[in-house]
Design a protein. Structure first.
Length: 132
C-alpha cells in the first residue's frame, strides 16, 4: 500500500477558484468560468490536473466554493486512489475525483507510479490524454 508521499514532484502549478467543494489529491477539471475548477466526476471530461495542498484557508488542501486552490498540471504528483491500482496502470477518475484504472475510451490523467488500494495516497505521472 502506498503511504509515502516523498515522490511528490509536481511540475507547473496554477491556482483556480473552487466551483464546488474540492479536496486535495483529487483529479480536477475546468469549471464553468475561466477562473474556476472542480473535482472530476467521472471519465467523460478532459482533465486539468491534480489538486495539491498548499494554498487557501485550509492547510489540508480542502477548498470551499470560491476558495482559491492549487492544481499541478504536470510532474509526478500524489493522488488519492479510488480502487485497487497497480503500478503502471493508466489512470482516470471515479465519481469523486479519485484515481482508478482506466478502460478504453476514458480520459486519462496519467500513469500510476505506485500500487495501492481504495483511499491510499498513490503517485501519478501526469500524462493527460484520451485512451483509445
Amino acid at each position: 500500500m502506498a503511504t509515502n508521499v516523498s515522490w511528490n514532484q509536481p511540475g507547473q502549478i496554477i491556482s483556480r477558484k473552487a466551483e464546488a467543494v474540492t479536496s486535495a489529491y483529487r483529479i480536477i477539471v475546468n469549471g464553468t468560468n475561466d477562473d474556476q475548477a472542480q473535482q472530476a466526476s467521472g471519465t467523460g471530461t478532459a482533465f486539468l490536473g491534480i489538486s495539491i495542498p498548499g494554498s487557501g484557508p485550509d492547510p489540508s488542501g480542502m477548498a470551499e466554493v470560491g476558495d482559491t486552490f492549487d492544481i499541478a498540471l504536470g510532474g509526478v504528483v500524489a493522488v488519492k486512489y479510488g480502487d485497487t491500482v497497480a503500478k503502471d496502470d493508466q489512470l482516470t477518475s471515479d465519481s469523486v475525483g479519485r484515481a482508478i484504472t482506466a478502460s478504453s475510451g476514458h480520459f486519462l490523467i496519467g500513469i500510476a507510479q505506485t500500487a495501492g488500494v481504495l483511499n491510499d495516497l498513490g503517485s501519478c505521472l501526469i500524462d493527460k490524454q484520451e485512451k483509445p
